[in-house]
Design a protein around this ligand. Structure first.
Ligand code: AKG
Ligand code: FE2
Length: 220
């Protein structure tokens, strides 16, 4: 490592960038601003109460499926339709700009969804970049839980790039409210362990621009 590590709290964005460059993922507890955490938490609770969340699928949109052996979550896509979602988009945009400036990733579009894991919910080990569509570059996960402890389960297990299923994970992260995870979508395998309580968060991804000179690059 050539540059000195920025201190946490001093320069959290610097830590995120250093982590992504050196190991491909970053865990930042308490990184989401408190006011934003409260607003998003209120909204996800309201949506859940309205049962507005549909079961999540796996795979590309054209191969949409729901398979409870791999994933048990309910999601609803964010669409900037509330002040909380607009504030979240702004916050994510600052992150995008910082990542592009420092890591030259060319991140372009952002998409995100609220995700509720019911008691017993989980997500088996996977990569976020769908096979055949290499355009999800950086994944962002934000936790909206209140008072989460290790005993509540639902930890995010992160493996180093290239690690097999039986290899030792790099980290097991307790999904405390306000905690933020960033991962290189094509490189970092991860899984959500079964949760003992309803587990709230946002999962998002930045994509690169699929069109160059107005021509859409075909997915190979
Ligand atoms: O909620 C998490 O901790 C991770 C979720 C995830 O891996 C995903 O939605 O792709
Ligand atoms: Fe994921």
């Amino acid at each position: 490592m050539t540059a000195p590590l920025p201190l946490p709290g001093d320069n959290r964005l610097g830590c995120v960038i250093e982590d992504l460059a050196s190991k491909g993922w970053s865990w930042q507890p308490g990184f989401l601003p408190d006011a934003l955490l409260i607003a998003l938490r209120e909204e996800i609770h309201a949506l859940e109460a309205e049962a507005a969340l549909a079961p999540a699928g796996i795979g590309r949109e054209d191969a949409f499926q729901v398979d409870h052996s791999i994933r048990k979550t309910r999601i609803t896509w964010l669409d900037d339709s509330s002040p909380a979602q607009l504030a979240f988009s702004d916050w994510a945009e600052h992150l995008r700009e910082a990542l592009n400036r420092s890591l030259l990733l060319g991140l372009f579009e952002f998409e995100a969804c609220y995700a509720v894991y019911p008691q017993g919910g989980f997500y088996d080990r996977h990569l976020d970049s769908f096979e055949g569509a290499k355009n999800r570059i950086v994944s962002l996960v934000v936790y909206l839980n209140d008072e989460w402890s290790e005993d509540d389960g639902g930890a995010l297990v992160v493996w180093p790039e290239g690690a097999g299923e039986d290899d030792t994970p790099a980290a097991t992260l307790v999904p405390e409210g306000g905690g933020v995870v960033l991962m290189l979508s094509e490189a970092i395998p991860h899984a959500v362990q079964p949760t003992a309580r309803q587990r709230y968060g946002i999962a998002g991804w930045w994509r690169v621009n699929q069109a160059i000179d107005g021509q859409v690059i075909p997915i190979s």
